[in-house]
Design a binder for this molecule. Sequence first.
Ligand code: ZN
Length: 409
Amino acid sequence: MLELEKVFNRIDGYRDEIISLQKELTARVALGPDNGGTGEHDKAAFLKESLKKLSPDILEEINAPDERARYGYRPNIVAIWEGQDASSRVWALSHTDIVPPGDLSLWKTDPYKATVEGDIITGRGVEDNQHGIVSSLLAMKAILECGIKPKKTVALAFVADEETGSRYGLEYLLKNRGDLFNPEDIIIVPDGGNSDGSMIEIAEKSMLWIRFTVTGKQCHASTPGEGRNSLYGAARLIVALEGLKTSFGLTDDLFAPPESTFESTKIEANVPNVNTIPGKDVFYMDCRILPRYRVDDIINEIKKITVKIEKELQLSVNVKPVHRQDSANPTPAESPVVVSLAAAIKRVKGIDARPMGIGGGTVAAFFREQDLPAAVWVTSPDTAHQPNESCPISDIISDAKVFAHVYLE
Ligand SMILES: [Zn+2]
């Protein structure tokens, strides 16, 4: 316990260090080529130098070839410090890439110059995912500065390409260096959570995006009998699809919301003028499906509903899944990663954290697909991807303590 106190005191003194790291990282713009940038090279190189100063036993750069990026690759950095017991590792995996700032007029400051006001740092990337990078890194730094060898082997990974699919990031790492990870490891992804840090994400719903193309016959609006109105068809179909909510209506309290969701979202432009009945309409649906249901069963039900509307209205409807990610098995609520995170959160913040499920879309799914139990956790007011993205310094300090507790205990 004395060791822990020493490390916590050290972390309490890291305010200036946090600000300086955040400024350096924010200034090295890490936009992937799909987001109009040149990749993560400069940011990763800076991190590699910072890690070197902490003399890890292993410091590796695993580069995923990508011609579009600076120097032709996307860098993934791994640093490992051997602990007293080297049989399993504690991983903290964060991503270096960011999303574009969007409409600059909505920013009060330059998104690439991190600014500080009291406890709040503002800038693109300070939360997503530099909060995770800085807190996991400073926890290790504090332990080393106190002259302590952690009980467990500690591994930090800073990966590329999280924001645009992870093909050059975690997916590449697992495909080419899967040997780094072990089912006994504790794997934490500090890239999603809630504002008091009480949510440990262990499960995700399946994700399914569907494009519906409704084809009728265009005609003048004054003579509807000569055409078949595709917008009316789309509207009827959207209403009929509400039936999915009852057909697949079971709930699971692990998730918030506890039910599967089926929502019509985007609709493409049809005719440009008011006095034409449209002959073609395209709309989309976003489905988040509880792991208990098979995605194929949902698609089959959607097709059945569609055929009924087609027959009734004499229209044709094309149903095309445009994105699909089937949920992997949840990380068990009693697995070591959840238990040690919950113990650390209790000690540092004095609250009981709860394992929960979310709507999907984190990189933890890649781990879970390979039966590597990963948990997503961070203390975050969730300003990611928004203008004036910001992050409380006090949250980075408390999260660094949680990491230190997990590394040491
Ligand atoms: Zn992120």
